[in-house]
Design a protein around this ligand. Structure first.
Ligand SMILES: *Cc1c(COP(=O)(O)O)cnc(C)c1O
Length: 367
């Protein structure tokens, strides 16, 4: 019988910090496609694969961390969770809290959330609070809130989030047979780059800065090597490139509009220990990469996700991509979450014509 994916906790249980009382809170997350991109391979001289994280249940990789974090909260006394969010964390938290029967509060930067993501938090029944501030302010407040009240924090500073997210690296190795040479991904709050690095290290039989020892001890290595980690930020929100926090981050890629990343030290360790890099691209490069990936490879991602592809193309042009390297680009979230940005100036309504074959075939240039 064909294997039906059981969700990443069931699939990778032996490498996750679970106890006997934990009952997985799952919506079938993980097991996302790794799609070979001929156009990107030709453009870079490498073998480029896209890890399509928009295929997770709520349309972003946040579900990987949320299944773990919510499983741990569900087996505790706490009945409510809270998060700060640029959109996808709240969408995911709202869905998984519902699944777990927990209350969910989300604190958002007013006016900076894509409509699709906001819709998700609302339909799943989360309590929304919008503040006059940016994501970094939201996270500061939620940290204080969860220290003062019996509410669990489910942002990626919750270590179980990264434990769940590391499974994306496992899936890449399981699909390719070994680690790629280079892994490229967008960097915002910097949890994901830290989690991927942890996953790659653990599959190669070693600890990383983020690892919990129990998940590494006595495990068979499944990879012979680890990749270089290439992190991509947006120019207007590039604290790692500047070497210090950015007070007023600005970018069209709202999911990485973060000036003071929570996982600063872990991300620097991932960059340095992997011999990798963190660089930045412009909003124009991001939107162009988003459009290219949709039109040429057939993958529709949100702007923040396209930062990885934009960065890869920029570094290839600068001669930084070794010929024939195997490269995996994570595209972190689904394009349907923010169609307004993707369409830009483009018209949505086609001209209306007569309902007959002649009119349609002539409009299509066939007759
Ligand atoms: C959360 C998010 C990111 C940034 O990930 P970090 O772990 O915060 O670096 C990038 N893209 C999308 C779509 C996201 O939702």
């Amino acid at each position: 019988m064909a294997h039906q994916w059981q969700g990443l906790i069931a699939e990778y249980a032996e490498r996750l910090p679970l106890s006997d009382s934990d009952v997985p809170v799952t919506l079938g997350e993980g097991g996302t496609p790794l799609v070979y991109s001929q156009p990107l391979s030709e453009a870079t001289g490498a073998k480029v694969f896209i890890k399509v994280e928009g295929m997770n249940p709520t349309g972003s990789f946040k579900d990987r961390g949320m299944t773990m974090a919510m499983t741990k909260v569900a087996s505790s006394e706490t009945r409510m969770v809270a998060c700060a969010s640029t959109g996808n964390t709240s969408a995911s938290a709202a869905a998984y809290a519902t699944r777990a029967g927990l209350g969910c509060a989300v604190v958002l930067p007013a006016g900076k959330i894509a409509a699709g993501k906001l819709a998700q938090a609302i339909v799943h029944g989360a309590q929304l609070v919008a503040i006059d501030g940016n994501f970094d302010d939201c996270l500061r407040i939620v940290r204080e809130l969860t220290q003062t009240y019996p509410v669990a924090l489910v942002n990626s500073v919750n270590p179980y989030r990264l434990q769940g997210q590391k499974t994306a690296a496992f899936e890449v190795v399981d699909a390719l047979g070994d680690a790629p040479d280079i892994h490229v991904l967008p960097v915002g709050n910097a949890g994901n780059i830290s989690a991927y690095w942890m996953g790659y290290c653990e599959y190669a039989g070693r600890m990383s800065a983020a690892s919990m020892e129990e998940t590494v001890r006595n495990r068979e290595p499944r990879a012979t090597r680890v990749p270089q980690m290439w992190g991509i930020q947006a120019d207007g929100a590039a604290p790692f490139v500047k070497g210090e926090p950015v007070e007023f981050p600005e970018t069209v890629a709202t999911a990485i509009r973060i000036g003071n990343p929570a996982s600063w030290d872990l991300a620097c360790a991932a960059r340095d220990d992997s011999n990798g890099l963190i660089t930045a691209v412009t909003d124009a490069q991001i939107l162009q990469a988003q459009s290219l990936l949709a039109a040429e490879t057939g993958v529709f991602c949100e702007p923040a996700s396209a930062a990885s592809v934009a960065g890869l193309l920029m570094l290839a042009e600068a001669g930084k991509v070794p010929p024939d390297a195997t490269i995996v680009c994570t595209v972190t979230g689904h394009g349907l979450k923010d169609t307004a940005t993707a369409l830009g100036e483009r018209r949505v309504d086609p001209d209306v014509i007569a309902p007959n074959l002649d009119a349609v075939s002539s409009a299509l240039g066939l007759s």
